[in-house]
Design a protein around this ligand. Structure first.
Ligand SMILES: CC(=O)SCCNC(=O)CCNC(=O)[C@H](O)C(C)(C)COP(=O)(O)OP(=O)(O)OC[C@H]1O[C@@H](n2cnc3c(N)ncnc32)[C@H](O)[C@@H]1OP(=O)(O)O
Ligand SMILES: CC(C)C(=O)C(=O)O
Ligand SMILES: [Mg+2]
Length: 579
């Protein structure tokens, strides 16, 4: 018998200390975008193995402004020369409607240095933090008491206020973060924040005040964070004059959920990073939060219409790749490989196109199986949605052919081609790229005329109405030599097939035939699809009777297209040694 050591014994369940007589957040929904604060240049930056250079910070700042962030935490000015000088750069260069936020610990000399960096700033937020949780007070501050913590917070707030008067203007705001809010006694958080508020001054119209409630480390389920925020929202003094900000981290993988529930609990503002960069498992992901709003019909007031350029900047500046499965941004999140997903998406798009044609409205509601967001809204093309591997079905490969060649394959041909694709994907043991799939299609059905051993040269059709028959004389090039065949039948195709049977001793019969036009203008071409039974050949594979051949012909003339489809079959028969 194996005895496992149980590591869980050294952990205690998180205790929810919030006492709410009534809990409102579960019945709320989010109806508007929060105020956003992007902290990529601070919390994101401080977590990177190689923090951003000055140049990288410039690139990131520009992208954040372009996306539409109006509050950006640009640096921890007391941390490094780059952070200090970059703060000064931001002061000089950001548009006047963008507030610059900077962070300092509750250490007076560092606060002074931080505010010095902000000199001349039109709109600034001075962000200070102090460890308030029992664990942090015990571990970091050697058992600092609650009273000592309040005294330190008040002293640092007063310092910020005085320095703001000296260097700043009325637009400058204070943000105070009790760290780790989510592990601090709820009553104590309110107590220390009320003391900060008193020190700062309650006239927050001219001196805005933000209380940031960080889940510095995510330690519980999202509902508990929501309870903590709702308690703060209901008990902090002058609630209407202060802003409640959220700052979730993602240690349990629930930061987005926690942040959404906490907005329902009354918060006004959200701090996070693009694609969830940040300490350890990251800050809450601002892209996911914003696009989650978008798919609920709420404008996030941010522009993600070119998500690829955002990914480029994030990967370049952070030097960390975005995971292929990352919500919204990952390379694979708008791709379907599996057959039933592809089938549903293909049908969904066909219906969507029909609805767009039917309506005069510019807006057609998005109801697409498996795709919660229209990829075009974030600048992704439809071509990349369906990709083909051994898990795919006929819908996937026929979608690729439709999108790339405009060929709307008949259902039975889809099945036929899909068996060829399946064999190829299994043989290669990987995905087939679109160009490989197209090549397989072109080669399988001899669509490229110059590659054919059998070619159409010329034809002459005579219709004999009295006898109700068609006489055909057709010239074929066979391995470079021109040969003339003659045949009669009900129509041009049957005449041609009769001529072939006569010439090659085959016993071919039309099994299925369809055609459609390609392109919408007068110069459009026709495509013909034909399947023929070769009665002489026995099938030895039950799933695809090998005595069925499919042919595809494309030509400006419908008749020539139909002849080419038969010729495509002839080429296949030769390849299969059937003629
Ligand atoms: C949750 C968060 O994200 S908080 C933000 C964290 N971000 C960063 O730390 C990035 C930038 N930081 C830095 O560059 C550096 O840590 C600095 C410049 C801030 C400080 O550097 P140092 O002075 O060398 O201190 P160091 O980082 O080693 O440790 C922190 C010290 O500050 C002390 N400290 C922290 N907060 C306070 C406070 N409010 N009052 C007094 N001391 C404090 C700690 O107790 C510790 O002191 P100790 O060395 O006497 O034990
Ligand atoms: C400085 C604070 C807000 C922080 O980053 C955190 O607690 O996670
Ligand atoms: Mg943080």
């Amino acid at each position: 018998m194996i005895f496992y050591k149980d590591p869980s014994v050294k952990y205690k369940p998180f205790e929810n200390k919030v006492k709410l007589s009534q809990r409102d957040w579960p019945s709320k929904t989010i109806t508007k975008a929060p105020r956003w604060l992007a902290t990529d240049l601070r919390d994101g930056n401080q977590s990177l193995p190689d923090p951003m250079t000055f140049e990288e910070k410039k690139i990131m700042l520009k992208k954040l402004i372009d996306i539409g962030y109006k509050e950006i935490e640009v640096a921890f000015p007391s941390a490094s020369e780059v952070d200090f000088t970059f703060t000064q750069y931001a002061v000089q260069n950001v548009p006047r409607d963008v507030a610059i936020q900077v962070l300092a610990p509750c250490r007076e000399e560092l606060i002074t240095k931080t505010i010095t960096a902000l000199k001349g700033c039109h709109k600034a937020i001075v962000h200070i933090y102090l460890a308030t949780s029992a664990c942090f007070r015990h571990v970091i501050f050697n058992d600092m008491t609650k009273a000592e913590s309040i005294a330190k917070a008040v002293k640092c707030t007063t310092l910020v206020k005085n320095l703001t008067k000296k260097f700043g203007n009325d637009n400058w705001a204070l943000e105070f973060s009790p760290e780790t809010f989510s592990d601090t006694d709820p009553e104590f958080v309110v107590q220390i924040c009320n003391a900060v508020q008193e020190a700062w001054g309650t006239d927050t119209s001219s001196q805005p005040l933000i209380f940031n409630l960080p889940a510095t480390v995510e330690m519980s389920t999202p509902n508990i964070y929501a309870d903590q925020v709702e308690y703060f929202h209901k008990t902090i003094k002058n609630r209407e004059n202060i802003c409640i900000s959220l700052h979730p981290h993602n240690d349990r993988g629930c930061a987005v959920a926690a942040c959404e529930l906490a907005q329902m609990a009354g918060a006004d503002r959200v701090e996070g990073c693009l694609f969830g960069n940040g300490e350890r498992t990251g800050n809450v992901d601002l892209v996911t939060l914003a696009l989650n709003l978008y798919t609920q019909g709420i404008m996030p007031n941010l522009d993600f219409s070119d998500i690829n350029s955002i990914i480029d900047v994030v990967e370049r500046c952070n030097k960390i790749p975005i995971h292929a499965r990352h919500p919204y941004g990952g390379q694979l999140v708008v791709c379907a490989f599996s057959g039933s997903h592809q089938d549903a998406i293909k049908k969904g798009f066909a219906l969507y196109e029909k609805e767009k044609e039917k309506t005069d409205s510019s807006v057609v509601p998005w109801k697409m199986p498996y795709l919660p967001l229209d990829p075009q809204d974030i600048g992704r093309t439809y071509e990349a949605i369906i990709r083909v591997n051994s898990q795919s079905g006929k819908g996937g490969s026929s979608w690729v052919i439709l999108k790339n060649l405009e060929l709307d394959l008949p259902r039975k041909l889809q099945v036929h081609f899909s068996t060829k694709v399946q064999k190829e994907t299994e043989l290669k043991a990987r995905e087939l790229k679109s160009n490989e799939l197209i090549e397989l299609f072109m080669n399988t059905y001899f669509v490229e005329q110059k590659k054919c051993n059998y070619k159409l040269v010329d034809y002459n059709i005579k219709r004999n109405n009295t006898q109700n028959k068609t006489d055909l004389e057709i010239k074929l090039e066979i391995h470079g030599c021109v040969k003339s065949l003659k045949g009669s039948g009900n129509g041009p195709i049957s005449s041609f097939i009769n001529a072939i049977n006569e010439e090659f001793g085959t016993n071919l019969d039309v099994h299925d035939y369809s055609e459609h036009s390609l392109g919408k203008n007068s110069k459009s071409r026709a495509v013909s699809y034909i399947s023929m039974v070769n009665h002489k050949k026995e099938s030895n594979d039950a799933s695809v009777p090998s005595n069925i051949e499919w042919g595809v012909g494309i030509h400006e003339s419908v008749t020539a297209a139909s002849f080419w489809s038969v010729i495509s079959c002839l080429n296949s028969l030769e390849r299969d040694h059937a003629i």
